[in-house]
Design a protein around this ligand. Structure first.
Ligand code: F6R
Length: 616
């Protein structure tokens, strides 16, 4: 949420900043702006709308300097206007600042600054901070042997309540940037005679694979020759430079029209990466290198708790189903945002899993901290190496699916389902699951990439179904047991990228309310795989048909849907119960994608949304 990028080096900053912004645009796309230091002066260009608009605006400015900062915004405080776009400049013109996060006490800060003669030209919380930095710069002209620039940022931040990832330039300090973070992600790329500050790796991967992940409460001071990191309490930090394993190709569209499409089709490979090296030598269970818990400690756990938001929460629900079904151990699932304030009673032997693709979702980070505060061990299921959640957890399982850029999560979700299925197996094999059943289970997991490939082969058929159904404005998604969360996921995918009102329910709940929606105008996507309760599923479809509701039935190969019940059928391969949710997800991802394309929607940048929700 909001993308920030800063550059210090020998190249023309604006070119690198705009490239970085394009790669960060999925984090926010209300407006964008850039500030470049040249001749002891800060030049700013900003524009409402996409980075494309900023590129045109920049062409009207002479931005030749080699130090600068840039921002793509997802609005919190203040409407979407040029004035509210970042960077914000202090009223004395000395500082420009970009910010991701929320400054909760900005109103009192602003009152104080107004009383001191500072002026404001936007409605944002950020402008209060840049003026507070200017205030400290004026108030404490002597910083001794410290950098006066760094010191004024550090002092200003001591007064901030809220969250921030910031980068600041100062007209008195050419070739320098000060950046800092608290709960909003920030990394430093260490290149050849250049440094890049960014919200995430995608913005700097084309220039360097060497990165330092800043921690909460740290400030970095970048000069043309070196960088230093200190804490808010002025302690020196010895930086650890990490090597990012993926390359710039992973962030390019290639022959695909959208990142969402690319990421749907990447799923077979992504799932292989999630599984790689994670099965025992005898092929009967899963193994995880990063749990930091011995099998004996793990065996003593008598309850598991999962937290996540949105799509990740749906993955938690599937994990709950599989762990309870195969391992017979109780599982609690909570929205991260609810868990952190709800004061849930839990037993002592509970292990937490925080599920988050980005590893930066503020609600999940808050839930993690709350669970740890209560003394629980917390594991992360996470895709972004070095993320806040990964770092603060006691251990975890990386998903290894590469960068997910489409705002609607696809490959990260099926990979989370895979991790959940593997955890269920791991726990089950410590309890009552036999060796032979374990071997069958492992075989089923290893076969998933091929099953997903088979579903992807049906893309042309699903595209035709999408063409037929794209005109509707309401849709229901119904499924039972492990496919109820997939019904929720199907509905979420459809509504977020096509703006069709969609709801997911457990199929049998339909008659307790949602059935009132059924008519010729409200189609239902119904999951009806071969299973013990197949006849009950068929009865529910019959109830829909009796009310003239159009239906798309997702069923397994060899399963007979009685004549007249399905207006469209999408068939998935028959498969093990543990992998059914993964295989059944793919058709609804494709369906939502093609419906959104059919309706002319901006699939990768749906309105009001942004990836990586770093504000509460
Ligand atoms: C929906 C979607 C969101 C995210 C949610 C959590 O397609 O992407 O619902 O799943 O914001 O994000 P992470 O997994 O990064 O914590």
């Amino acid at each position: 949420m909001c993308g920030i990028v800063g550059y210090v080096g020998k190249q023309k900053a604006v070119t690198i900043l705009l490239e970085g912004l394009k790669r960060l645009e999925y984090r926010g796309y209300d407006s964008a702006g850039v500030a470049v230091l040249q001749n002891n002066h800060i030049d700013v260009a900003k524009k409402v709308g996409r980075v494309e608009n900023l590129v045109k605006e920049v062409a009207r400015h002479q931005l030749t300097g080699t130090t600068g900062i840039a921002h793509t915004r997802w609005a919190t405080h203040g409407g979407v206007t040029d004035a509210n776009a970042h960077p914000h400049v202090s009223s004395d013109g000395k500082f420009a600042l970009i910010h991701n996060g929320v400054i909760e006490n900005f109103a009192s800060m602003k009152r104080f600054l107004l009383s001191k003669g500072y002026t404001f030209s936007s409605e944002t919380d950020t402008e209060a901070l840049v003026n507070l930095i200017a205030y400290h710069y004026q108030k404490e002209p002597q910083a001794g042997d410290k950098s006066r620039f760094l010191e004024s940022v550090r002092r200003a931040l001591m007064h901030v309540e809220g969250t921030y990832g910031i980068a600041v330039v100062c007209s008195d300090a050419p070739g320098e940037i000060v950046a800092a973070r608290k709960a909003s992600p920030l990394i430093l790329g260490v290149g050849e005679e250049e440094y890049i500050i960014a919200s995430d790796v995608s913005a700097l991967i084309s220039r360097t694979q060497n990165v330092v992940y800043l921690k909460d409460g740290e400030l970095v001071h970048v000069t043309p020759k070196r960088f230093t990191i200190i804490t808010q309490a002025e302690e020196d930090v010895s930086p650890i430079v990490n090597r990012v394993t993926w390359t710039v190709d992973a962030t390019e569209l290639g022959s695909y029209s959208h990142f969402m499409e690319k990421e749907i089709f990447e799923q077979p490979a992504a799932l292989e990466n999630t599984m790689r090296g994670r099965f025992s030598a005898d092929g009967s269970t899963a193994q995880f290198g990063g749990l930091n818990l011995s099998p004996v400690e793990f065996r003593q756990l008598d309850r598991f708790a999962f937290c996540g938001c949105g799509t990740a929460w749906h993955a938690c629900l599937v994990a709950e189903h599989l762990i309870e079904r195969f391992a017979r151990v109780p599982v609690e699932v909570d929205y991260s945002s609810e868990f952190r304030y709800r004061n849930t009673p839990l037993s002592g032997n509970t292990l937490f899993f925080m599920v988050s693709q980005s590893g930066e979702t503020i609600d999940t980070l808050g839930a993690l901290r709350e669970a740890k505060r209560k003394g629980y061990k917390v594991m992360a299921i996470n895709n972004s190496v070095g993320s806040s959640i990964a770092r603060e957890a006691d251990g975890g399982i990386y998903q290894h699916v590469g960068p997910e850029i489409g705002v609607a999560s696809t490959k990260a979700f099926t990979s989370q389902l895979m991790v959940g299925a593997m955890i269920a197996l791991y726990i089950a094999r410590m309890r009552d699951m036999s060796f032979a059943d374990g071997v069958q289970y492992v075989k089923a997991l290893k076969g998933v990439p091929d099953l997903v490939r088979k579903v992807l082969e049906q893309a042309p058929h699903i595209r035709n179904v999408a063409k037929r159904f794209a005109r509707y404005n309401d849709m229901l998604f119904l499924g039972r047991l492990s496919l109820f969360p997939i019904a929720l996921e199907g509905a979420l995918k459809l509504k977020e990228i096509s703006y069709i009102h969609a709801e997911g329910y457990p199929a049998a709940e339909m008659k307790h309310g949602p059935i009132a929606l059924i008519s010729e105008k409200c189609p239902t996507v119904f999951f009806a795989p071969q299973c013990e309760i197949f006849n009950k599923l068929v009865s529910s479809i019959q109830e829909i048909k009796a009310r003239r509701g159009p239906t798309i039935v997702v069923t397994t190969e060899g399963c007979e849907i009685p004549a007249g019940l399905a207006d469209e059928v999408i068939t998935i391969p028959d498969c093990h119960e543990a992998v059914l949710p993964i295989v059944a997800t793919v058709p609804v991802q494709l369906l939502s994608y093609y419906i959104a394309v059919e309706r002319g929607c901006d699939v990768d940048k749906p309105r009001n949304l942004a990836k990586s929700v770093t504000v509460e």
